[in-house]
Ligand binder design. Structure first.
Ligand SMILES: C[S@@+](CC[C@H](N)C(=O)[O-])C[C@H]1O[C@@H](n2cnc3c(N)ncnc32)[C@H](O)[C@@H]1O
Ligand code: SF4
Length: 357
């Protein structure tokens, strides 16, 4: 396969219009790379890393098992050469990496990166926001499931401090890490009753709250369809209080369906992977902390990049593996999902904290 690097050694950067896009078996381009920096987290959200499973004896990846920043940069560089223009740093909790600003600076310098974002629980964001912005991070998405102290505490597995998370959001805003999106996983009977309060809090701010259906990622969160609040239902409840109007997608493949408050007090989004799957436009590749490339959030297997990286593969070889993997991609799990099969956890899927959402 011929590789199309962004940088011609003699001519310099190749204009975007001249790059050849790599498309998968369903004609979907690769536009985004999500980088899960580490599998550890300072929270134990029951829908992601339930404390009963991720206890103190749980063996997370040892440092040598994780990709180094240079290795991550090599993969990201190869990905941008194949048409990726959006990078997202995630985890686990990416802010647990003390050298995160260095990685951000390296990623920000890659040619063709139009969007460099991070998803975080924001517990450690306040002191880091400005440094990250200065290093080149464009924006953050903060996961915050409720503003009710007790519900928030429960949904962070007893680890979260709401005040610190809110301070993190404020610091991100001050540092210009915007637009800031607030991700809310909605679980029936757990935090659905607190959604209006959370929306009220962020109405009139530039932050965009996105209400996410509880997904059957991985096999350890005890997912049941009855815990999912379909976006349609939530939308009706919200509209009864604050009239909304649907607005178009910002770009093809955007996962959130967008709505604006009719009174002009901002925007919200719905991510409905369970009841209204969006595999058809999925342009995301996911890199786990141990260097496995996954082509679907619900994948069972991925492609190992760590071994070739450590055996001396150069950029072109890594791009070749990436390109080949993408060309063979035909995943559309959400569209084919059968909820009875998903509830029974019949087949193994990669856990969310390993590939970062
Ligand atoms: C795995 S976390 C990693 C980044 C960071 N620790 C955080 O929570 O923002 C990324 C996103 O996945 C979401 N997530 C995790 N498990 C989920 C599930 N079962 N269903 C829907 N979203 C989930 C989280 O709410 C978060 O917004
Ligand atoms: S959702 Fe994020 S904060 Fe919560 S356990 Fe998973 S990785 Fe940690």
């Amino acid at each position: 396969m011929s590789i199309d690097p962004l940088q011609d050694p003699e001519l310099g950067p190749i204009p975007a219009a001249e790059r050849v896009e790599t498309r998968d078996a369903l004609r979907r381009p690769m536009h985004d790379l999500r980088i899960s920096l580490l599998d550890r987290c300072n929270f134990r959200c029951p829908y992601c890393m339930p404390a009963s499973e991720y206890h103190e004896d749980y063996e997370f990846l040892a440092r040598p098992e994780r990709l180094t920043h240079d290795e991550i940069l090599a993969v990201a560089r190869a990905a941008t050469g194949l048409g990726v223009s959006k990078l997202r740093i995630t985890g686990g909790e990416p802010l647990l990496d003390r050298n995160l600003p260095d990685l951000v600076a390296g990623l920000a310098e890659l040619p063709g990166v139009a969007d460099l974002a991070m998803t975080t629980n924001a517990m450690l964001l306040a002191p880091a926001a400005r440094t990250l912005a200065e290093a080149g991070l464009h924006r953050v998405t903060v996961s915050l499931d409720s503003l009710d102290e007790a519900v928030f505490l429960r949904m962070s597995g007893g680890r979260g401090d709401l005040g610190r998370v809110l301070a993190g959001i404020e610091a991100a805003e001050d540092a210009g890490l915007s637009p800031i999106k607030i991700n809310v996983v909605v679980q029936r009977g757990v935090n659905d009753h607190t959604v209006p309060g959370l929306l009220e809090h962020f109405r009139g701010t530039p932050h965009i709250v996105r209400l996410i259906e509880f997904m059957d990622v991985g096999n350890r969160n005890g997912w049941r369809m009855k815990q999912v609040v379909p976006s349609r239902e939530l939308l009706k409840t919200i509209e009864a209080r604050w009239p909304l109007r649907a607005v178009g997608r910002n770009y093809p493949g955007e996962v959130a369906r967008r709505y604006q408050y009719l009174d002009g007090r901002g925007e919200i989004g719905f991510i409905s992977s369970v009841t209204e799957p969006f595999c058809g436009a999925c342009s995301r590749a996911r890199l786990s902390a141990d260097g496995t490339l996954y082509t679907c959030l619900f994948a069972t297997n991925g492609t190992d990049l760590r071994e070739p990286l450590r055996n001396g593969a150069d950029g072109e070889e890594i791009a070749e593996i990436l390109g080949r993997t993408w060309l063979q991609r035909a995943d559309r799990y959400s569209e084919l999902r059968r909820t009875d099969v998903a509830e029974a956890h019949h087949f193994s899927k990669v856990e969310m904290y390993r590939i970062g959402g």
